[in-house]
Design a protein around this ligand. Structure first.
Ligand code: PLP
Length: 453
């Protein structure tokens, strides 16, 4: 360890409050301090390299320090770093909106920018609420969310969230939402079919009894991320969307984690040809370079706000950095690379490669379930494979495995007992090979030989 590291580490402890972290635990270990990135590796201030095995929290697409992306920012810097969208436009924001509508599920025609997944969801929720008010249906004020949902950390996004550990403390300041089960085949005795039926039955019943109170349903399509990479059984999303449509409830797809190829399609909704009324994108939109998010809306939603000013139907929402030109410029460059490099087709073949590699873990005594859609992978560790009994939370099984992976040269974060593997989409097969080897070694090394009860 160098003097420089020691200094940064002590300043970090003194001044920085990290997200989602009990700082008392954090302060007892030497933090990793990243200095630079190259390709799909990150380098710490001591020069040690690590594979970015979770795409810097699920957002990196092409790797780090990508010449084309760097250049797009530099070129835009030579013009203007920031100018507002309030009362005026800017070139990259306009061009990016056109591009997004060109690739989005059909029916989405308008783009409202913001700067994080949470604000994108907040906007979708507020739009859905005001949509019904503007249409004169003031009773439609409630939202449906799904068990264990995560949509970000602003108050509206938390109100449609359902992870007790993160959200319960704030409950008194939230608006209540209806919660239906997310179809989790591993935790349902009826498997995929049972899980799907439970979700659709709960949704149908709720819509039958309460659709006139409900503005919208919010869903993480195909893959529920923060709950542990839960993959929906086939056909479930399509049927949910159809039910919402039939009962006059807006369908909001939160594609913040799944968008831009992560699941092997441009958007997760594309797997089932679902056209949401509102769709939120963030994270990978800029290739994971800069904080830009967007909420896409149909003409039907947009037109409910389009009126003479005196009618008071305006959407009063915005952020200082809405439509930031640097972010929009790098997003355009990232989308160009996705197309030029045929990245999404690549994800599908890389996903098959990873699936074959991870097969070695299927018989591991503490690997309960391996879930995968494209390059979003979750490996659920259990104390007892036969009964699916989870590790107790204070055993920190996930934390121990990811700590081991870091020692072996790969970064990732656990979600409780689920090990997340979400590599940058540009990872080569050789890199995926090396990363899955580390993953397997860490899991087996930490859990093998542990008692099963
Ligand atoms: N929605 C989903 C599905 C997410 O996975 C996340 C973050 O992980 C968010 C929203 C929040 O995005 P952000 O962290 O950019 O606010």
């Amino acid at each position: 360890m160098t003097m420089r590291y020691d200094r940064l580490s002590s300043l970090n402890k003194q001044y920085v409050w990290h997200p989602f972290t009990q700082m008392k635990d954090y302060n007892s270990v030497d933090p990793l301090i990243i200095e630079r990135g190259e390709g799909i590796k990150l380098y710490d201030v001591n020069g040690r390299a690590y594979f970015d095995g979770f795409s810097s929290v699920w957002l990196n697409v092409h790797g780090h320090h990508v010449p084309e992306l760097d250049q797009a920012i530099i070129d835009q810097l030579g013009r203007v770093a920031h100018s507002t969208l309030l009362g005026m436009a800017n070139v990259p924001a306009v061009e990016l909106a056109e591009k997004l509508i060109g690739i989005a599920p059909k029916g989405l025609h308008k783009v409202f920018y913001s700067d994080s997944g949470a604000t994108g969801v907040e906007i979708a929720v507020k739009m859905a609420f005001q949509y019904w008010k503007n249409k004169g249906q003031e009773g439609k004020t409630k939202f449906i969310t799904m068990n264990q949902a995560y949509h970000g950390d602003t108050i509206g996004a938390v109100s449609v969230g359902a992870i007790p550990l993160y959200h319960d403390v704030f409950r008194p300041m939230l608006f209540p939402s209806y919660v239906i089960p997310y179809p989790n085949a591993y935790r349902n005795d009826g498997g995929e079919q049972g899980a799907k039926e439970a979700t659709l039955t709960a949704l149908r019943r709720l819509l039958e009894s309460s659709a006139e109170d409900i503005a919208a349903l919010v869903v993480e399509p195909i893959v529920q991320g923060a709950s542990g990479i839960i993959v929906m059984p086939e056909g479930c999303l399509r049927e949910m969307a159809a039910l919402c449509r039939a009962y006059g409830v807006l369908f909001i797809a939160d594609e913040v984690a799944t968008g831009f190829g992560r699941t092997g399609a441009m958007f997760a909704c594309d797997h089932e040809e679902v056209s949401p009324d509102l769709m939120v994108v963030g994270k990978g939109l800029t290739g994971g370079y800069l904080p830009v998010a967007a909420t896409l809306a149909t003409d039907e939603v947009y037109n409910a706000f389009y009126a003479d000013y005196e009618e008071q139907k305006t959407f009063f929402h915005g952020h200082s950095f809405t439509g930031n030109p640097l972010g929009c410029a790098v997003a355009l460059a990232s989308l160009k690379l996705i197309e030029e490099r045929n990245l999404i087709e690549g994800v599908r073949s890389k996903a098959s490669f990873v699936a074959r590699k991870l097969d070695v873990l299927r018989d591991a005594p503490h690997v309960g379930d391996i879930r995968q859609k494209g390059l979003m992978i979750g490996i659920e560790l259990v104390r007892n494979k036969a009964t699916r009994e989870p590790y107790h939370w204070d055993e920190q099984a996930g934390v121990r495995v990811t700590r081991k992976a870091r020692e072996l040269g790969m970064l990732t974060r656990p979600l409780g007992n689920v090990i997340v593997f979400i590599p940058p989409l540009a990872s080569t097969e050789d890199e995926l090979d090396a990363m899955t080897d580390i993953l397997a070694e860490a899991i087996v090394g930490v859990t093998e030989g542990e008692p099963v009860q």
